[in-house]
Design a protein. Sequence first.
Length: 269
Amino acid sequence: QVLRHEEFEEGCKASCNGPYDGKWSKTMVGYGPEDNHFVAELTYNYGIGEYRLGNDFLGITLVSSQAVSNAKKMGWPIREVTTGVFETEAPGGYKFYLEDKEQLKQDPVQKVTLGVSNLQKSVNYWSNLLEMKIYEKDEEKQRALLGYEDNQCKLELKAVGGAVDHGTAFGRIAFSCAKEELPKIEALMKKENQKILTPLVSLDTPGKATVQVVILADPDGHEICFVGDEAFRDLSKVDPNGAKLLDDAMASDNSDKWFAAQNMKKAAA
């Protein structure tokens, strides 16, 4: 379901919409409130027509026989990759893995899989520096499963057998934490000579709360945003008008017509 939708007239100063300066929007979608569910943030840059995907984001796995049934009814392409697990692609090429089981009462999103170039180096970063718990590690399959809580969506790291290519879509993973933890995270990364993409900064959302964030990069350049929880809980409240705001924005988006009238194509990022 659409949880909230927000429009912005210029690019985010923390590159939330990638390195693009123009008008953009973000839409939060998930199976429940952001306080206790994994939520996907869909960013739309009005002037960008397509993105080149890399091997950095390898997919989202969720448990939902309903999703499998929906895909079959709609004729959406799916294929069984292991017993009871189906692979499909969202528009734009992002992969989803659907487990054909009854949807869980808690969040059905089980894990997000990121590609890494060196499994041990990445596991050390996420577990030692970011203090994630290691749930599984398989040297033979070159994968590891990590997380902060047993009942939360997990992060799977999977070796890609070479360098990680981020393409041009510029995604990131975000976690909320107590606001007073943000300067400590920033200080630790400085001490350990790790990359900080955006030092502690305040981000405004028109008509909503201002949140503080620190944005890091892991050894493969995966972007990681830590956001102050107190303001974020205010910002991230489910907006009952979210779906209507999204529908209205899509209905009034004349960017395709404008580019066509100028005899131009939207930029390929």
